[in-house]
Design a protein around this ligand. Structure first.
Ligand SMILES: O=C[C@H](O)COP(=O)(O)O
Length: 328
């Protein structure tokens, strides 16, 4: 069976798009609003939306796979674990399932690791065109000395990371010091050189949705190629209300500057149906242009397993024994 999606772009595209950034516009930042109750009402309508059509669900799930930053960020990471992750990144879904769907050649968007795991990841992904993304700048808290955070970026780029996920200093947001946030992001951007930079806002620690909107704008003004919700280590990670606020900031930035900045929800996204909700959100708020790996990623360590199980179910009409067991 071949599953077709009318406007599909399933394979990762070349990462040629960069956000050049702009001068800090404090008036724009000051005017940013986020009406919590309206945002929450809208977010509540998202699960189960028809904009991601059920008859094309397998194709949408494959698209979700192509947008995953397959992640391992644990203190006990080893080269062996990273090699296994890289193998999964190259072949994220069982070949017989992909054959049945007519989706050969599917890979994930990137593999995301700590600095020390870049070398084994790069070696294991050689020849695949799957980029390695590294979390740098003293991830997850971002509280190491500034010059060491900049140096960490430079080292990560030198080691072969083509994407750098930086963490912002939350205190700059919490104290409303937008100039400091802009300057920090600007320096991180410069240190990344040719590598793409994703700015992790750690939204669960920013206090208000309004702060999330402002921090999103400032990071984009300073040249972030992506804005990302969370490290996955905060007590609250990616949520739909926060995503709406960030996505609307991306939309405003695009309207005002013509520049498309990417979006990466991360942390706690582990179910295929949640992935579909996020894709519906992107489709409705930003449009089809954002539904590809160069403008949208999931930061996720365990989402792929559930998507693979759903695809298997789609193809065979049943879940494998291991899944039935896991589902109780
Ligand atoms: O950036 C990615 C996150 O750290 C992954 O979080 P997760 O392990 O909850 O999927």
């Amino acid at each position: 069976m071949v599953v077709k999606d009318k406007d599909q772009t399933l394979l990762p595209q070349a990462l040629e798009q960069r956000n050049p950034g702009m001068a800090l516009d404090l008036d724009w930042v000051g005017a940013a609003q986020a009406n919590r109750s309206a945002i929450e009402r809208r977010a509540a309508t998202l699960p189960g939306r028809r904009s991601v059509k059920k008859e094309y669900q397998a194709a949408w799930l494959c698209r979700a796979v192509s947008c995953i930053d397959l992640t391992t960020l644990a203190g006990d990471d080893t080269a062996g674990r990273v090699r296994r992750l890289a193998a999964k990144a190259r072949q994220p879904v069982r070949a017989d399932i992909l054959d049945a769907l007519g989706m050969q050649g599917l890979t994930v968007g990137a593999v995301c690791v700590y600095h020390d795991m870049i070398a084994p990841a790069v070696a294991a992904l050689e020849g695949s065109n799957i980029p390695v993304a590294a979390v740098s700048t003293g991830f997850p808290a971002g509280l190491s000395p500034f010059h060491l955070r900049v140096q960490e970026i430079e080292e990560s780029v030198k080691a072969g990371a083509r994407e750098i996920d930086i963490v912002i200093s939350r205190r700059h947001v919490l104290t409303g010091d937008w100039q400091a946030l802009y300057d920090e992001m600007r320096e991180f951007r410069a240190a990344c050189g040719e590598a793409h930079v994703k700015a992790i806002l750690a939204t669960g620690e920013l206090g208000t949705l309004r702060n999330v909107a402002k921090a999103s704008l400032v990071c984009m003004m300073a040249g972030a190629d992506f804005i990302k919700t969370s490290t996955g280590k905060e007590s609250v990670n990616a949520t739909l209300p926060v995503s709406l606020v960030m996505i609307r900031a991306i939309r405003d930035y695009h309207t005002r500057t013509g520049v498309k900045v990417g979006y990466k929800p991360a942390g706690g996204i582990s179910k295929a149906k949640d992935a579909l909700t996020y894709l519906a959100l992107i489709k409705e708020e930003l449009g089809d242009a954002w539904l590809s790996p160069h403008l949208f990623r999931f930061g996720a360590s365990s989402l792929l397993g559930d998507i693979e199980r759903q695809l298997e179910h789609h193809v065979t009409g049943r879940y494998s024994a291991s899944y039935r067991h896991a589902a109780g």
